[in-house]
Design a protein around this ligand. Structure first.
Ligand code: ZN
Length: 324
């Protein structure tokens, strides 16, 4: 099984990324489409199909070397049927039989899964999770996603919706969440909320270097601005990351006590805050988690960066769990 390949496809709100990935997780070809160029799911699927065909033609692989195309989508998926229930940031995708639709155009096996599940699978096979069997993956961005690998396989739950760490409740009577719940982790560590929290504090008159870095234009504040200020020693920004790290640490304490993972892998934009964020996460876990699972777990940064999605999507074909 030396020369085996799969195409990994990562459908996001802004871009659709495609890559030809070999069985060692190496990317030999890649391309990118703008999601907004397509008005309907049919148009988008058609464009993805011709892109996959182009990649296949250019690579001129030996017969049988291309195992299939794996697709990650930002939403809920019935993995067995390859059916997209709904996508968070793309309209018109409710109940899309994506596996069937794309498979018919390609004449190749197609598998579809949630994008964060696939990021977890990619990190497990080829990234920060290599060598571990029990892994929890977290992506921190506008939303907070999660993926769970138990005994070397993705844990998808009884209706394929497991891993929604962002919707684990953090506060009993907290903010209302998009998901219909209340007080979810995502409400307190999602990018949008963090930026709003900072703006509110600045409006309330707090002194911070962030004001200077953004030329007093509060609408220019991003999580990166907070990191920049913290790295320059701004106390407010350091405390801010401490607060965010503590919130994540509290949720992860629950995850650690429940699932006893070997590794927790954190990716997404906010993870670039590095030690500013990982420090308080680890401290909180050390203070709170049960001693035996706490000693067993390492909390690390994701390694595959923007390629995690396409590598993970292709990896579906390297795990031996091909679904027909
Ligand atoms: Zn929620």
């Amino acid at each position: 099984l030396k020369n085996r390949y799969a195409v990994g496809i990562d459908i996001g709100g802004t871009y659709i990324k495609l890559a030809l990935v070999d069985i060692n997780g190496r990317i030999s070809r890649r391309s990118k489409l703008s999601t907004s160029n397509y008005r309907t799911r049919e148009e988008l699927i058609e464009a993805v199909a011709s892109e996959v065909k182009a990649i296949r033609a250019e690579a001129s692989l030996p017969r049988g070397a291309l195992l299939g195309a794996g697709i990650g989508v930002p939403g809920l998926v019935d993995f067995k049927r390859g059916m997209v229930y709904n996508l968070t940031n793309l309209s018109g995708w409710r109940n899309t039989p994506l596996k069937k639709m794309l498979g018919a155009k390609l004449g190749l096996p197609v598998m579809v899964d949630n994008d964060v599940n696939l990021m977890a699978l990619g990190e497990y096979r080829f990234g920060a999770g290599k060598g571990a069997k029990n892994i929890i993956c977290l992506t921190l961005g506008t939303g907070v996603g999660g993926g769970i690998i138990i005994d070397g396989a993705l844990y998808r739950g009884s209706t394929f919706s497991a891993g929604e760490i962002g919707h684990m409740p953090l506060k009993e009577d907290g903010l209302s969440c998009n998901c219909g719940g209340r007080g979810c982790l995502e409400c307190y560590v999602g990018n949008g909320y963090l930026v709003e929290e900072i703006k509110a504090e600045i409006r309330a008159g707090v002194r911070t270097m962030i004001t200077k870095l953004t030329g007093k234009n509060v609408s220019a504040i991003t999580p990166e601005t907070i990191t920049q200020a913290a790295l320059k020693g701004d106390k407010f920004s350091i405390d801010f990351w401490n607060k965010v790290g503590r919130r994540l640490g509290i949720t992860l304490t629950g995850v650690i006590n429940l699932l006893n993972p070997e590794r927790i892998i954190i990716g997404g934009g906010i993870a670039d805050a590095g030690q500013l964020l990982f420090g308080p996460i680890r401290r909180t876990v050390n203070e709170r988690a049960l001693p035996i699972p706490r000693r067993a777990v390492k909390i690390v940064k994701a390694k595959l960066g923007n390629d995690a999605g396409v590598i993970g999507a292709a990896s579906l074909f390297f795990t031996g769990e091909v679904i027909d």
